[in-house]
Design a binder for this molecule. Sequence first.
Ligand SMILES: Nc1ncnc2c1ncn2[C@@H]1O[C@H](COP(=O)(O)OP(=O)(O)OP(=O)(O)O)[C@@H](O)[C@H]1O
Ligand SMILES: [Mg+2]
Length: 322
Amino acid sequence: MERAAIDVDGLSKRFGSLVALDRLTFEVRPGEVFGLLGPNGAGKTTVIRILTTILHPSAGRAEVLGHDVVREAAVVRRLIGLAGQYAAVDPNLTGRENLRLIGRLTRLARSRIRPRASALLHRFDLAAAADRPVRTYSGGMRRRLDVAAALVAEPPLLFLDEPTTGLDPQSRNALWELIRELVSDGTTVLLTTQHLEEADQLAERIVVVDEGRLIADDTPAALKAHLGNTVIELDMGDRRHAVTAAATIEGRLGETAEIEGSRLRLPCRSAFGLLRGILNLLEADGLAPRNVTVRESSLDDVFLALTGHRTRTGPATAGGRE
Ligand SMILES: Nc1ncnc2c1ncn2[C@@H]1O[C@H](COP(=O)(O)OP(=O)(O)OP(=O)(O)O)[C@@H](O)[C@H]1O
Ligand SMILES: [Mg+2]
């Protein structure tokens, strides 16, 4: 069998009395994009810090490209690139200076540093801004430079911690495209995200982590198939109407809705037929919803399905729950 690119076995990390990681076990295959999905505080950055040798685990072990992250930390460091959650580039240097500095720090051959920096600046669409200080870059440009910086040494394995957080949809799509290109060149990528859609777009396999524990290890397609791709939400105005509407939908269409305050929530595979049926039915009963939303399943929906509770930062709790 081909050796795993990353092999994590019973990995735990405690910070004082806080258990940040609780016996995580998973494997990343060479050449795949592997997604680590979880809400704030799930332990994503802690996993990346351990795998990139910045932190020591409290228990368990992890190997990166066949090397133990504790005993062979120096070897591991030479084989990986990391674009951390917080920008690691110097804002007072230009984009080009940052990449060259990293080339020197990673002991890239002198003759290769300049061409490598130029090639990356082109590839990440930063050539025009290459000689401006990074503090003048937009958020999207900084994020692209971060990923470029992680690639200077041409690592076979790349860690990206929430690579698209804070980016507008256009910059996010551009970065997704770049990540896909890297993978087609043979790079293995482990990325973290809080967005199911991002994992779905990029990753062949994902693990879902909740408070340091692994709660799912699957393909995005399988997770979505289990959940339904789409969620219909109906705001019925008040809880009494929501309860009546849910009973009507269940009785006549055989679909079970979850009730949350005045809202009904129905995960489904295809929204259109169902939505038409629901609206016709409710209208006939004088129960027109105040508001209707159709959206893609989110991390929050995955959590609800897997754990029976929402993420602590999910939409229902963010604004104070009814
Ligand atoms: N150095 C540290 N000292 C103490 N507690 C820590 C430390 N680093 C992380 N933690 C705690 O460990 C838990 C996991 O944190 P981590 O940064 O790994 O989460 P995350 O999944 O990356 O979250 P986010 O999505 O917010 O980046 C959190 O409860 C956090 O407060
Ligand atoms: Mg993090």
